[in-house]
Structures are given as C-alpha cells and as structure tokens.
Write a protein that binds this ligand. Structure first.
Ligand code: WTA
Length: 649
C-alpha cells in the first residue's frame, strides 16, 4: 500500500484584502464567499444556470446538466454563439467604441481595436473562411504569432461553427504535423513570420515543412506580419489581405448547439502522444465568463493584461473568451519579457495604465533573478490586482510579486486549473479571501474539490493526497478528441466517481489547498512521500537561489535520493560550501529527510514553452540515464545539453 504524501512546510503570513479593494469588489467578504459557495455546492445547476443567463442565447436551454458519468452535457437544447457573445453583444451601448484589444508588437508598434472594429475584422475573416470552403464543424489549425489576427481567426471560426485548434507559434513543424493528422484539419491559418527577442520566427516556412507530402490540407491562409519572403504554393496558399478584397463585413453569427465543439487544444502528456482536449460552447463560455468576472473582479474601466500566448489554455480562456465575454479591454503583447531590456512588462504597464496583471510564476522568478531595479524604474501605481497561474508559486516569489509589483496594495489571485478544466477551479476571490503566500486557497463557486488517499477516502488536515473534483463543472473537457477510452482512463478511473487532476495536494487547517506537485513527480525517500514543490520552495527561500527543480533518483538504501538542480541569483557563485549551506537550509525548513543528497548548480532549467519545468528529463539526467521520450516541447534544447555535460564533469 502506498502512503500519503507528507507535508512539512508551514506558512504563517496572512494578507487580508484592503477595505478599499473590498468596497468595490464583486464579492465583498469572506463570509459572503463561504455562504455563496455552500449554496452553490448544494445546487450547482442553479448557480450555473443563473450565471449562464448573463450570456446571449439564441434559444434557451431545456436542461442545465445531463450527467452520464464521465460524459457531461451542459445547457442541453440551448443555442448560442461564442463570437456573438464576445462581440455583437457589446455593440449596442457604450462599449461599442471601447478598446477590446490594445496590442503591442515586440518591435514596439501599437494597434488598438475597439469592439466595433474587432467585430468588423472578425466578420471579414469569417467570410474569408467561408470563401475558402470552411464549414460548420470543420477543424481549422491556427499557427500564429501573438498579433490581433490570432484572436480574430479564433473568433471567426467560432462565428461560423468551425473548430479551432491552435498550435503555439514556438512549436516546431513536427508538432504542426501531428496535430493536423489528429484533428483532421483541412485549413491552416498562419503568418509569414513573427518576432521573438529581436529575431524573426519563420512560421510559414514551418508550416510548409509540416505540409510536405500532405494532401489533407487544402488551404493555407497567410497573414502578413514580419514582411519576410515566403514561398506561396499556387492553388493551396492565399494571402489574408488579398482575400479580404473579395468579401464584405457582413457575417451574422450562426446559432450553435450549446454542446457544439468550440476548440481542440493539444496538451502534451508527460509521455505518449499529445491529447486533443475538446471544449464545447455553452458551458465553456459560461465557465470562463463567470470566473473572469469574479476572480479578476472585472470592471468597465479596467485595463486587463494576461501575458499568456493564445497557444495555451490560459490564452484561450483568459485572454480571449472570458474577458471579451465581459466586454473588457485586453492588452496583448507579442514578444519576450526581457526584450530589449528586462523592464519591458513594467514599461507596458506604466504606458498603457494596466490595472490587472495575470502572469506565471516562472516569469516572476525570472524577474526576481534579473533584479529589483527593473520594476523600480517604472510607475506601477495603476495596478490594482495581480494573478498567477501554471505552477505552484513559492512563497518567496509571491512576496516579491506582492511587494515589488503590487506595491503591497494589490491582492494576488493564485489560480489553480488545467487545460482540461477549461476554467479556474481553485482560487481566491480578491475582495473576499484572506491570502497566504503559496496557496491557491479555496474552490470557486459550484466546484467540489477534495483530497483523497489511494482508496478514494478524503484525508484530514495537512495530510497529502490526490487532488480530485467530485462534481462536473460547465467548462470541463468533454473528451479527448477521437479517444473516449483514453479520456475515461486518464481522468475518471483513478478515483471512483471523481475527476482525477494528476496533482498532489494537501489542505491546511483552514481548508486551503496547497498543490505539492504532480503525483508522477512525488519523491519517495525512505518511505516518506514528499511533493517536489515543497523542497523547491524551501530552496528558493534561500537568498542565493533564483530557481530550483527537485527530482528523485534510485537509491539502494532510501528507495529514492533527492537531487536538487539549482539556478543561483546573479549575485551568487556556485561553490561546495554553498551547496552544503543549501542542504542544511532545506533540512531546517522541512526536516532531515528532505535534505538533498546532491545539489547541482545549473545556469538554467529545462522548461516547456509555457514555463513548466520538465522534471521527467531532469530525473533521467539525475540518474545518469540517456534522455528518451518526447523533447519537442522543450523551450531551449541547449539547456539540456549543458546539464548533461555538467553531470559528466
Ligand atoms: C499546474 C494551466 C499550482 C498543476 C492553466 C496543473 C498549478 C497544471 C497552478 C495544469 C497553481 C496550474 N498552483 N499548480 N495556481 N496552476 N498548476 O494544463 O500541476 O498547462 O495540473 O494549465 O499546472 O497545466 P496546464
């Protein structure tokens, strides 16, 4: 029998929302949250139905939820259109000429699209898609830089009932190829190129490479962005701007069944082929619009910036569908955070008057590493709310974000969710929830989250276990595209009757959820199961450490030994003494069992493009094995080569 995950770190700091914030917030007290949450859990369908009625439905649903586990249908019989909800709905009032998108390219140019203008562009492109034979239900693969055309093509697909599947612009031609095959897309939307760290990324060329020997794709629509030369294949490739000359801007949104597929987004499992996560229309839009409103506390005058790319679920849910359904003004930035200098984000916030910033812990740790002087150069007083997503944020990084970016006055919403969940499930509400650095706190309305042991039994306070969701929610994935058995097995077989997240977590005595890492990464040291996040967090708590990743390697005596890869802050140098200091530091913070057997200093860690540490690769390096498995999602391959080398030395 496996034991539960142990947890040793304790965080005592608590930050209550200020009166000033609370006064104007959607949810104004912790008691209100608790009362509303209890009510919503008793009758989730009532809660979601009431939120869904804030959207525009062409036809009202007959049944809120049809739940034949593990298959859910939400708002059955209802019809709506996501594009109409994000655009047309805002055109009849003061939002008509409000900025929907404020875009900044990496080279520095800016473009603003009002709701009226965005609507027009979307209608034009929807007509271009129709002109190129795209029909309701067809899959369209989008491979774009972060330019307004990326958003326009998503909303244009949604407008005519085509299903978009976005491949992040940093992925290789192999990724495009796999996803075209799996999704059966016949049309690709791309750009000549994009900008990243001053270089041009040759997107069209990658598409050409992916389409070598391919007969399935009939059309490639190319937007002009980087003005680089590209080859145009006669009969297959067309320019976006040329096509626009043949169509008008009249394209009514078609009513679609609530369960009509909205998009497929591929997420790499740690092994094996990527999973095409399928999301549908009515439930997804209800879930993302509702969470955006309460969690980001969106107000008419906010300037909201989610720094994710549209290639990730965060870009889908909280850059496009959620905020636009709320009529928000969204900032879009094409490039790297340290281009041309490490203050690019802070410059954008100052110049555009950003009020809400939603970013990832990996970015925050990079900013910490680059030094406090960069944010200090800018006036960040427009900010009122901060958010994070993607990984556990260690308390040190939380405090840095709170102090240096939030000026000590902005609440931080640490939001837990997944590509599969479609919407945020565990999160503070900024005007209500007392915050503790490092925890995503409590479940959102209508969400019944729990931590269970290997038998599916709920564990007590501070006992670690598996994070599960016990009831369906509207934005949940409906299946893995084309693979129902895998959907069942992956998410609904581990714990009976529950959605299994794959994450390990514990709840503290106040019921707050602390994510301790992926279950697959849990360390087992001399019979103690430890989450990676806690050891990493203890390491980053030392002033010399910028970032760390902890993995296990086989150990004859203890079962597993702990190996910590450590990236130092720029002011510190690796040494044997420092390694010893760090080992002791972890021992003091967590306990002797967590003391790393080995500290390996590294210049950088292998990460996915969305900033998640690839522990699977580090495990192989730590145990001296050769790297196997999929490395196509790795951001910078040279990091891996350097790590393997330093291990050999
Ligand atoms: C992790 C991103 C701790 C978690 C939206 C989850 C987090 C995986 C948090 C999903 C958070 C995401 N605290 N861990 N606030 N947010 N995670 O599919 O392990 O890219 O299962 O979706 O990221 O990653 P995905």
């Amino acid at each position: 029998m496996k034991q539960n995950i142990e947890s040793h770190l304790e965080e005592k700091r608590v930050f209550k929302p200020s009166r000033e914030f609370t006064k104007k917030a959607h949810i104004q007290s912790f008691d209100d949250y608790k009362r509303l949450h209890a009510k919503s859990i008793k009758n989730p369908e009532k809660f979601w139905a009431s939120e869904a009625s804030n959207l525009l439905w062409q036809k009202k649903w007959k049944k809120v939820l049809d739940w034949k586990p593990p298959f859910a249908q939400w708002f059955v019989g209802g019809q709506l259109n996501a594009s109409e909800n994000c655009l047309d709905r805002h055109l009849n009032g003061p939002r008509r000429n409000k900025a929907a998108i404020i875009w900044e390219g990496e080279p520095g140019e800016r473009r603003t699209l009002t709701y009226h203008q965005l609507h027009r562009e979307v209608c034009v492109f929807a007509n271009i898609l129709k002109r190129n034979q795209v029909k309701k239900g067809d899959r369209v693969l989008i491979y774009m830089p972060l330019v307004p055309e990326a958003v326009i093509s998503m909303l244009a697909c949604a407008r005519i009932g085509a299903v978009h599947t976005i491949v992040f612009g940093g992925f290789s031609s192999d990724s495009i190829k796999d996803r075209i095959e799996d999704s059966g897309a016949k049309v690709v939307v791309t750009a000549d190129g994009g900008y990243r760290r001053g270089q041009t990324v040759t997107l069209k060329q990658n598409v050409d490479q992916a389409l070598k020997d391919n007969t399935q794709v009939k059309r490639v629509i190319v937007a002009k962005r980087a003005n680089i030369e590209v080859s145009i294949k006669e009969g297959r490739d067309v320019w976006w701007h040329r096509e626009a000359e043949y169509v008008n801007a009249d394209c009514p949104a078609i009513p679609l069944d609530s369960e009509h597929p909205l998009f497929i987004l591929y997420t790499s499992g740690s092994t094996g082929k990527p999973k095409g996560i399928l999301h549908t229309t009515g439930g997804y839009l209800t879930g993302t619009a509702t969470t955006s409103k309460y969690i980001f506390d969106l107000k008419e005058e906010d300037v909201y910036w989610c720094t994710a790319d549209v290639g990730w679920i965060t870009g889908h849910s909280y850059l496009v569908y959620g905020p636009l359904a709320n009529g928000a003004t969204c900032v879009l930035y094409e490039g790297a955070p340290n281009w041309p200098e490490p203050d690019r984000f802070w410059k954008i916030i100052e110049e555009l008057g950003v009020t809400i910033l939603y970013t990832a812990p990996t970015a925050i740790r990079a900013f910490m590493k680059w030094g406090d002087e960069w944010p200090k150069k800018h006036n960040l007083s427009s900010l009122r709310l901060l958010g994070t997503v993607g990984e556990p944020i260690n308390p040190e990084a939380w405090m840095w974000y709170h102090t240096n970016i939030g000026g000590g006055r902005c609440p931080i919403v640490d939001t837990w969710w997944q590509t599969e969940t479609g919407m945020i499930l565990i999160t503070p509400l900024p005007g209500a929830t007392p915050l503790k650095p490092g925890t995503a706190t409590l479940p959102f309305f209508g969400v019944d989250a729990a931590i269970v042991d290997d038998h599916g039994k709920e564990v007590g306070p501070n006992e670690g276990g598996k994070l599960v969701i016990r009831n369906p929610w509207p934005a949940m994935l409906r299946t893995i595209y084309g693979d129902k058995p895998r959907y069942k097995k992956q998410y609904w077989s581990e714990v009976k009757g529950c959605y299994f997240t794959g994450d390990g977590a514990r709840r503290d005595k106040d019921g707050y959820f602390w994510i301790v890492g992926r279950i697959d990464d849990v360390l087992n040291v001399a019979g103690h199961r430890l989450g990676t996040a806690e050891v990493e967090s203890a390491l980053v708590g030392h002033p010399s450490v910028a970032e760390s990743a902890v993995v296990g390697r086989p150990d004859e005596i203890k079962g597993q030994g702990v190996v910590a890869f450590v990236v130092l802050r720029e002011t510190h140098k690796p040494s044997k003494d420092l390694a010893e200091v760090l080992r002791k530091h972890v021992g003091n913070a967590i306990g002797p069992i967590a003391k790393p057997d080995e500290i390996r200093f590294a210049e950088a860690l292998p990460k996915t493009r969305s900033g998640k540490i690839m522990r699977r690769l580090l495990k192989q390096i730590a145990s001296g094995a050769t790297i196997t498995g999929d490395t196509t999602t790795l951001e910078d391959f040279s990091v891996l080569t350097r790590l393997t080398k330093s291990a050999d030395e």
